[in-house]
Design a protein around this ligand. Structure first.
Ligand code: FAD
Ligand code: FES
Length: 285
């Protein structure tokens, strides 16, 4: 059992939980994730990136968007509540070294997994330019945290309610066109955003790393649920990733696989909202 020691709401449906997990806090590296189960007897397993960790406190931070059944249930837990199972740290850590100029691009909730990577890149002596994007100002997360790490922070919103009114690919293209183009781009966000970031950097031959958010079940390379095609070969995101060369990922295939369970997910989300409404009325007591 892992106790929640702190809960913060970062935006309408994005939450940050600090959870007791001393062994994971000791071992984790930027880019790694955990798989959690809310209840040990039933329920699904979902992967979440380790957004931060404190070895001293023995805690890890998880930042997640309440998008469906399990993440909505997780958002309803409070300080003092417990998560039944946390497995991790999983996945290969981000390759961090002094590359030179590193552009970190985060879209939506992707800013959460990007934060420890941007921090690691800065600590390794890189010049770090961060581009963060969201649909509107309310959905923007971790702006201050990113500002404190980056040499330059560029904020974009789809509706222009904050920062530049554009997609993250616009400033990314401008940076690639400069004489001192980036030595590395790290892009994390919705699959469509990562696909277009990779397409933007490809003509400039700027190496681009993406972190894939496929469906995961066991998180240990056994079930094949997270398989993707990278450079024509099958890879498992949980053990071979989650980071891959964005220029080699077959994003269309990945997006097709991600939509395979839409009907089930919609039904589970609907049931979850009905249960919450019944609980609020005392109907389930
Ligand atoms: P559902 O309604 O079941 O699904 C909503 C959407 O989430 C689906 O369309 C699908 O795209 C995705 N999803 C559903 N089940 C899974 C699953 N078992 N594995 C992966 N994706 C699934 N989200 C965050 O908010 N913060 C993070 O830090 C984060 N890190 C991730 C790291 C990795 C390596 C991966 C693979 C995914 C990460 N995600 C993260 C996505 C997160 O796992 C899903 O949002 C979550 O599983 C949704 O479950 P649900 O039951 O709430 O929603
Ligand atoms: Fe099962 Fe990766 S989640 S093989």
């Amino acid at each position: 059992m892992n106790r929640i020691v702190q809960k913060k709401q970062l935006s309408n449906d994005v939450f940050q939980l600090k959870v007791e997990a001393p062994l994971i806090a000791e071992e984790r590296k930027p880019g790694q994730f955990i798989v959690l189960m809310l209840n040990s007897d039933y329920g699904e397993r979902i992967p979440l990136t380790i957004a931060d960790a404190s070895e001293k406190e023995g805690t890890i931070s998880l930042i997640f968007q309440a998008v469906g059944k399990t993440t909505i249930e997780l958002s309803q837990l409070n300080e003092g509540d417990e998560i039944a199972n946390l497995l991790g740290p999983l996945g290969a850590p981000t390759h961090i070294e002094k590359f030179g100029k590193v552009v970190c691009v985060g879209g939506g909730i992707g800013v959460a997994p990007l934060h420890p990577i941007a921090k690691g890149m800065k600590e390794a002596g890189n010049e770090v330019i961060t581009i963060v994007g969201s649909r509107n100002k309310e959905l923007l997360i971790l702006e201050d945290e990113m500002k404190s790490i980056a040499d330059e922070l560029i904020v974009c919103t789809d509706d222009g309610s904050y920062g530049r009114k554009c997609l993250v690919t616009e400033p990314l293209k401008e940076l690639c066109e400069m004489d001192s183009k980036p030595d590395l781009v790290v892009a994390i966000g919705p699959p469509i955003m990562m696909k277009f970031c990779a397409l933007t950097t490809k003509p400039y031959k700027v190496p681009t790393v993406v972190s894939l958010n496929t469906i995961m079940i066991d998180g240990t390379g056994m079930c094949g649920g997270c398989r993707v095609t990278v450079g024509g070969s099958t890879k498992f995101v949980c053990v071979d990733g989650p980071e891959f060369d964005g220029h080699l990922v077959d994003f269309d295939n990945m997006m097709n696989r991600l939509s395979a369970y839409k009907d089930f997910e919609e039904r589970a989300r609907h049931n979850c909202k009905m249960m919450a409404a019944a609980d609020a009325k005392g109907g389930n007591s």
